[in-house]
Each structure stands twice: as structure tokens, then as C-alpha cells.
Design a protein around this ligand. Structure first.
Ligand SMILES: [Zn+2]
Length: 227
């Protein structure tokens, strides 16, 4: 675990040595990544590693607690520039929202909806934004779940909401493929830690319908909560 800047710099030296200069040829002056991923910043969720992203120029990566795709702007809620940039300026045609089991941001939002919690202003801001899209989900959660089970269902709901926000926004080109997945390292969906499970494709949440419409995803679609 890197607990100092010098340790990080040593890792970076190894990175540069391993990459060799030719890895950047063809992308030194521009980029056209095939996909943009919007992943929770949680240190346990390895955004690049999960998709074997080791080639410069392949994937535009956005990290935000609670994998939020929107921001409060002077004109109201809008898709964050961090997410929008590759979609409107770099010909990126696929957007993937990545939630994860046991998400701390979703947990904090869940707790705040059920009774206010205290956080510094910056975190408060993130929770307040998530709350706008998660309050209805908390109200709709079936009774009888333990807290961790409720939260993992809300993780799916949050991914659904982020996918919906992208699809509803006039800023996002209409032909973008928007997919929502959940990264599991807690054996909630399967015992294969690190696997992502598809929960939403272009707004469709029904696993059977997704597999029917997108046979190439067969076997990778799984939901805890169908509502
Ligand atoms: Zn998280």
C-alpha cells in the first residue's frame, strides 16, 4: 500500500519503464476512446484493471463517489463535463456506469434519507445530489432486508438512475450505448470477485429482455432487485 509520495513515484517509474515510449505513439496528439466509464472512486474498485485498460487512448475514465454522472450547474442539473467530454468531443460511443457492492456513498445517502448525517460541505454536496435521485428508491425498497441487502439493491437503483440521467439529457448524443453494471467484490452476485454484472442496458432493467435484445451479453446480466 503506498503510504508516501516517494512510494507512488517509485511505482510511476516502473510504470514508465514498462510502458516504453511506443505505447503512446498514435495518441500523443489526440484521443478517440471507445468507451467512457463512470466508476465510484472507491479504492477497492479498480476501474482500469477491471477492463484490462492498459492501452493509452482506449478508455476515458471518470471517478466520482457514488458513480454520479450529473452535476449542479447554473442552469440546473446537467451531465458532468467529466462524463460528457468524450461523448461530444472524442467520438466515444459507449458509456458505462459502474456501481459496486457495499458502496459507501450509497450507504451515506441511504442513511441521510432515513435521518440526517453530518458531513463536510463537499461530501454533503455529493450526498445531496445523489439524494435527488435515490429518495424514491429508498421508499420503494421492499421490507425485510438487512441494511447491507437494502444498500446493495439501492446500488442497482443508483446505477439505473445514472443511466436514466444520461439517456434523458439533451446534451448526450442519442446514439450512445449506455450500460449500467455493478462490480462485486463481496460475493453478493457470485463467488467470482471482480466480475461486473450488467443491470441496465439503455434503460432496460429486465434481465430476460436485455438478454433477448442483446444476446452477446448472455450470462452476464444479473439483478438483485427487479422493480
Ligand atoms: Zn462507492
Amino acid at each position: 500500500m503506498p503510504d508516501s509520495v516517494s512510494e507512488l513515484l517509485q511505482r510511476n517509474e516502473r510504470h514508465a519503464r514498462r510502458f516504453e515510449n511506443e505505447r503512446f505513439e498514435g495518441v500523443q496528439d489526440g484521443q478517440a476512446p471507445g468507451a467512457v466509464t463512470v466508476c465510484c472512486s472507491d479504492s477497492r474498485v479498480l476501474q482500469d484493471e477491471m477492463f484490462e485498460n492498459r492501452t493509452p487512448g482506449d478508455i476515458f475514465t471518470v471517478g466520482a463517489i457514488g458513480n454520479r454522472v450529473f452535476e449542479e450547474t447554473a442552469e440546473g442539473l446537467a451531465v458532468s463535463g467529466d462524463v460528457l467530454y468524450p461523448l461530444v468531443h472524442a467520438d466515444t460511443s459507449t458509456a458505462v456506469v459502474i456501481g459496486h457492492t457495499g458502496c459507501g456513498a450509497v450507504t451515506a445517502t441511504y442513511k441521510d434519507i432515513r435521518g440526517e448525517i453530518e458531513e463536510p460541505a463537499g461530501i454533503r454536496h455529493c450526498i445531496d445530489l445523489l439524494k435527488r435521485r435515490l429518495t424514491d428508491g429508498v421508499a420503494a425498497l421492499p421490507d425485510g432486508f438487512e441494511e447491507s441487502e437494502a444498500i446493495n439493491r439501492l446500488v442497482e437503483y443508483n446505477v439505473d438512475q445514472q443511466v436514466a440521467f444520461l439517456r434523458e439529457s439533451d446534451d448526450v448524443p442519442v446514439d450512445i450505448d449506455v450500460v449500467g453494471v455493478v462490480y462485486d467484490f463481496q460475493d453478493v452476485y457470485s463467488d467470482e470477485r471482480g466480475l461486473v454484472h450488467v443491470v441496465n442496458v439503455d434503460g432496460v432493467r429486465d434481465p430476460d429482455r436485455i438478454e433477448e435484445e442483446r444476446p452477446e451479453l448472455a450470462g452476464r446480466v444479473r439483478r438483485l432487485w427487479t422493480y
